[in-house]
Design a protein around this ligand. Structure first.
Ligand code: AMP
Ligand code: ZN
Length: 500
C-alpha cells in the first residue's frame, strides 16, 4: 500500500543524503572556506584542522546539581549545531563534553538532600533535556569523578616541572608566573591582574605565592567526598578536570575548545596554562564562546525570579521551539528570552514544518513524468539558496542568516509546488529543506501537540458531565486525557492536571 511506497522513498532519500555527504568529504580540500571567530586572536580565522577531515572539539559541560537552565541550553544547542555543520561538510567530528560532578554546590545540595546521588540524578535529567532539544550525545561524556587518576598525574607533572607547588596545608597551586603566556586568551596582563588583587586577602589561601595562582588540588573538609593523593586527602580544583579529560579523549592538541563567555576567565585561561605547561604543546587552535542568554533584558538569576529550567519551558513548548529560538540569533550576540520571541519562533518553525508536510503530501500524489523547464529553473534557484545558507554558516556559523535562507526556500516551495508538480521536483525541494533543517537540529516531522487550552476544554467538559451525572462520559474523557499523557487530580480547590 501507500505506506510501503513511502517507506521505500524515504530509504532512497537517505541513500542520496549519504552519497552527497561522501561527495562533500571527497571535495572538502577545495571547500574548507570556513571562518571561525577565535577568542584568542579576537578575529575571524579560516578553519584549518590539525588532521585533514577531522575535528576534535571539547565543550565545557554543566555542573550537575540541579535541572539545567535555559542559559545552559545555549552552548549545548549552539555547539551541537557547529558539530552538525562540520559533519554536513564531510568532517569526522569527535565531540567531548564533560559533566562536572564534584564541586561545592553539588556537595551542598547533597548535604541538604541527604543523598550522595545528586549528580547521578541530574546527569540523567540533563540527558533527557538534551534529547528533547535534539542535541546529539557527545562522542564521550566524561565525568570528573571518574577521571581523578589522570588529574593526579597531570598535577604531579606540573609540580615536577615547577609549574605548581604544594602549600603547607597540602593545597596544590598552579604557579601562574611560570607561564609567560598567562592571560593570552582573556587578553589580561598579569601585572594588571596582580594590582587588582593586591588588596584582596582570601582566607584559607595564605599559602599562595601570588594572588593569581589557582588551586589544582585542595584538602578535604569534614563530611566532604575526597580522594587520596600524595599531597593530602582532598579533591581537584575545577579547571584541572577539563585539561585532563580533553587530553584523555582527544589528545594533547585539539581543534576547538568551547563554552559560554563567562568561562574565558579564569576557567579557560587556566586550562590553557595547565595543558600547555604539562604537554609543552599548543592546546586548542580555536576558542569559541557563546554570549549570554538574558530574560526580558535582565541577567537571569534565581533572586530576580526570572530563572527558567529547560524542563519548565518544556511544559509550555516543544523544545524544538526553544532550539529554533536559540539559533535565531548569532551565537556571539546576547540573546533575549521573552514570551513574545518564543511565540514568534513557534510561528516561524510552524511555517517551515507546514511546508515540509505539504511537500510530503504532494510527493505521494505527484506524477513520475520528467521535470519541466520551469521546475528546473526553480531547482536552480533553490541551489542558490543552499549556497546562501552555506555562506552564512561558513561565516562563523551565522545561524540567523542560515534560517533566513531556509525561509526563502520555504517561500519558493510554497509558491511553486502544487498538485501538478513532478515527483522529482517536489522531492528535491523537500529533501533540501529537510537537510538544511537537520544541520540546525530541527526535526521536520510535525508532532501532534496537545495545547493547554485543549486540555482545559476537555476538563471543563468532564466537569459538566459529572454535574449532569453522566459518569460514563466523564470517565471516557478522563481515559482520553490519560491516553494523551494527561493525569488528572481531583483536589479540594478543583481539578488539577499535569503531563505524565
Ligand atoms: P555551568 O553549569 O554554570 O558551568 O554552565 C554550563 C555552561 O552554560 C557554560 O558553558 C556556561 O558558560 C553556560 N551558561 C551559563 N549561563 C548561561 C547564560 N545565561 N547564557 C548562556 N550560556 C550560559
Ligand atoms: Zn571546562
Amino acid at each position: 500500500g501507500e505506506g510501503r511506497i513511502r517507506q521505500d522513498k524515504t530509504h532512497s532519500d537517505t541513500a542520496d543524503l549519504v552519497c552527497s555527504r561522501h561527495a562533500a568529504r571527497d571535495s572538502f580540500e577545495e571547500n574548507k572556506s570556513m571562518k571561525i571567530f577565535n577568542t584568542l586572536s579576537r578575529k575571524k580565522e579560516e578553519f584549518v584542522p590539525l588532521t585533514p577531515g577531522e575535528v576534535k572539539m571539547y565543550v565545557c559541560g554543566p555542573t550537575v546539581y540541579n535541572f539545567i537552565h535555559i542559559g545552559n541550553a545555549r552552548p549545548m544547542i549552539v555547539f551541537d549545531t557547529v558539530r552538525r555543520y562540520f559533519e554536513y561538510k564531510g568532517y569526522d567530528v569527535r565531540y567531548v563534553s564533560n559533566f562536572t560532578d564534584v564541586d561545592d554546590k553539588i556537595i551542598k545540595k547533597a548535604i541538604e538532600e541527604g543523598v550522595d546521588t545528586v549528580s547521578r540524578r541530574y546527569i540523567e535529567e540533563c540527558k533527557k533535556d538534551m534529547a528533547a532539544m535534539n542535541v546529539k550525545p557527545a562522542t564521550v561524556h566524561p565525568q570528573a569523578t571518574q577521571e581523578i587518576c589522570g588529574m593526579l598525574e597531570m598535577i604531579q607533572t606540573l609540580i615536577d616541572k615547577n609549574h605548581a607547588y604544594v602549600a603547607g596545608d597540602g593545597t596544590v597551586y598552579f604557579r601562574t608566573g611560570s607561564f609567560k603566556e598567562y592571560g593570552k586568551l582573556s587578553h589580561k596582563n598579569l601585572d594588571e591582574l596582580q594590582s587588582g588583587f593586591r588588596e584582596i586577602k582570601v582566607t584559607g589561601e595564605e599559602g599562595k605565592e601570588d594572588p593569581n595562582d589557582f588551586v589544582l588540588w585542595k584538602p578535604k573538609k569534614e563530611g566532604e567526598p575526597f580522594w587520596e593523593s600524595p599531597w593530602c586527602d582532598g579533591r581537584p580544583g575545577w579547571h584541572i578536570e577539563c585539561s585532563v579529560m580533553s587530553k584523555r579523549y582527544l589528545g594533547e592538541q585539539i581543534d576547538i575548545h568551547a563554552g559560554g563567555e563567562d568561562l574565558i576567565f579564569p576557567h579557560h585561561e587556566n586550562e590553557i596554562a595547565q595543558s600547555e605547561c604539562a604537554n609543552d604543546k599548543n592546546f586548542a587552535t580555536y576558542w569559541m564562546h557563546n554570549a549570554f542568554l538574558n530574560i526580558d533584558n535582565k541577567k537571569m538569576s534565581k533572586s530576580l525570579g526570572n530563572f527558567f529550567t529547560v524542563r519548565e519551558i518544556s511544559e509550555k513548548y516543544d523544545l524544538q521551539v526553544l532550539r529554533f529560538f536559540m539559533l535565531s540569533a548569532h551565537y556571539r550576540s546576547p540573546l533575549n528570552f521573552s514570551a513574545d520571541l518564543m511565540e514568534a519562533s513557534k510561528n516561524g518553525l510552524e511555517r517551515i514544518l507546514t511546508c515540509v508536510e505539504k511537500l510530503r503530501d504532494l510527493e505521494t500524489k505527484a506524477s513520475d513524468s520528467s521535470k519541466t523547464a520551469g521546475e528546473q529553473a526553480t531547482m536552480e534557484e533553490a541551489d542558490k539558496l543552499r549556497g546562501k545558507y552555506e555562506e552564512a554558516m561558513d561565516d562563523d556559523f551565522n545561524t540567523a542568516d542560515a534560517i533566513s535562507a531556509i525561509f526563502e526556500l520555504v517561500k519558493l516551495a510554497n509558491t511553486t509546488a502544487d498538485e501538478s508538480s513532478t515527483r522529482e521536483f517536489v522531492s528535491y525541494m523537500k529533501t533540501m529543506i529537510e537537510e538544511l533543517c537537520d544541520v540546525l537540529g530541527i526535526i521536520t516531522e510535525k508532532k501532534e501537540e496537545v495545547l493547554d487550552s485543549e486540555i482545559e476544554e476537555m476538563i471543563e467538559a468532564r466537569q459538566q458531565a459529572r454535574k449532569d451525572k453522566n459518569f460514563a462520559l466523564a470517565d471516557e474523557i478522563r481515559g482520553k486525557l490519560l491516553d494523551m499523557g494527561i493525569v488528572l487530580e481531583d483536589t479540594r480547590e478543583g481539578v488539577k492536571w499535569k503531563r505524565a
